[in-house]
Design a binder for this molecule. Structure first.
Ligand code: PLP
Length: 375
């Protein structure tokens, strides 16, 4: 199988796998138990927390383990609105559904006003518009992602963060697609709140965290046994936590080499796609801008674009669709719609990882030529 769907999830790294197997075999104590087996598990959790915090320039006390990013985002959005009495949310139209649906849910019970910062078709965020929206009396809660999962668009988190500080707004940035790929994400100019899902960078599924900077305090979503300093009750997923810490270690150790390697794969593929299929439409930031592992293209009708994803799948190539899928069910992407892309034609997202190769890219190009040029 050629796996070009790494923005959906990534294969587990073999070092992470080994760490997790060791923990699963040897460390069964409940971290809340007071005996030695429990204490060992507790130590493992706290060591993992410190290691992750160290990679991110965060304090261990700012990290709360959750089951995934969706849980972290939901906790943060409900918690911030409730705890800070927020009545004004500023966001964008291209956030992940974990964000958009949590905002919709909050909106059902709380009279929040939701404003959208303007973005152009190349996904440039209008910072002046953000400032205009911030420059109103009400304390704002700004929710703007770092890297977009469909198009790879990167928003300027540091500049947004500076503006939010100036206007005393709270800033949540969904960094799911950039965690494990960039350094200094939580520096002084990082967001107040963010989230992580380990499976996006070769860690296990079912584990993530919520980051709350400094003194940001919120009402938890889940209460019970009081784990995670009462922020997230429920017996901790110790294998997942140890696996996520290992995934961070591997990602940070190999970061610059992997970034260069994957960026080169992306540039090579963009160049070849342009050469072979000049009518393809590159959606937002597919060239030099944007996160270095994602390409999103719309495939116009001049090509044989019917059942494209299914045909790639039949050729053992895994990618994601971004717009109309030709099976009769039209699943229009809110991201591509917001970027004014033509959502009546199919779109494909190719997303790469350190495990992909140029040979795989060439094979996919060959299959695409067979599919798209077939009469
Ligand atoms: N935010 C972004 C940008 C994502 O890409 C994803 C997953 O695709 C999520 C949030 C949610 O992550 P999870 O499904 O692991 O909770």
């Amino acid at each position: 199988m050629i796996y070009f769907d790494n923005a959906a999830t990534t294969p587990l790294d073999s070092e992470v796998y080994k760490t997790m197997c060791r923990v699963m075999k040897d460390q069964y104590g409940n971290p809340s138990s007071t005996h030695a087996a429990g204490r060992n598990s507790k130590v493992l959790i706290e060591d993992s927390r410190s290691a992750i915090a160290g990679f991110l320039d965060a304090k261990p006390s700012e990290i709360y383990f959750t089951s995934c990013a969706t849980e972290a985002i939901t906790t943060a959005i409900h918690g911030i609105v409730t705890s800070y009495g927020i009545r004004k949310i500023i966001t964008t139209a291209i956030e992940h559904h974990a964000v958009t649906h949590a905002i919709d849910d909050v909106h059902k019970t709380t009279p929040v006003q939701v404003s959208f910062v303007r973005i152009d078709k190349d996904a440039n965020l209008d910072l002046e518009h953000l400032e205009e929206l911030l420059n109103e009396e009400e304390k704002a809660f700004v929710i703007i992602m770092h890297a977009n999962n469909e198009t790879g668009t990167l928003f300027p988190v540091q500049e947004i963060s500076k503006l939010c500080k100036e206007y005393h707004a709270l800033f949540l940035s969904d960094m799911v697609q950039s965690m494990g790929k960039y350094e200094n994400l939580l520096s002084d100019h990082g967001p107040d709140i963010t989230c992580c899902s380990a499976h996006k960078f070769h860690g296990p599924k079912g584990i993530g965290f919520l980051y709350l900077r400094g003194n940001t305090k919120i009402t938890p979503l889940i209460s019970g046994g009081g784990q995670e300093r009462h922020m997230r009750s429920g017996t901790e997923n110790i294998y997942g936590i140890a696996g996520m810490a290992k995934a961070f270690e591997v990602a940070y150790r190999d970061m610059s080499g992997n970034r260069e390697y994957i960026s080169n794969l992306k540039s090579y593929f963009v160049e070849k796609l342009k050469l072979n299929f000049p009518e393809l439409i590159f959606n937002a930031c597919c060239d030099s801008k944007g996160v270095y592992n994602i390409i999103n293209v719309s495939v116009p009708d001049v090509y044989n674009n019917k059942l494209l994803l299914q045909k790639l799948d039949m050729n053992n190539i895994a990618v994601s669709g971004g717009s109309a899928c030709n099976s009769g069910v039209v699943n229009v992407s809110h991201v591509l719609s917001a970027l004014l892309a033509n959502t009546a034609i199919p779109a494909i997202r190719f997303s790469f990882s350190k495990y992909n190769t140029v040979e795989e890219l060439d094979k996919v190009l060959e299959v695409l030529r067979e599919i798209l040029f077939r009469k």
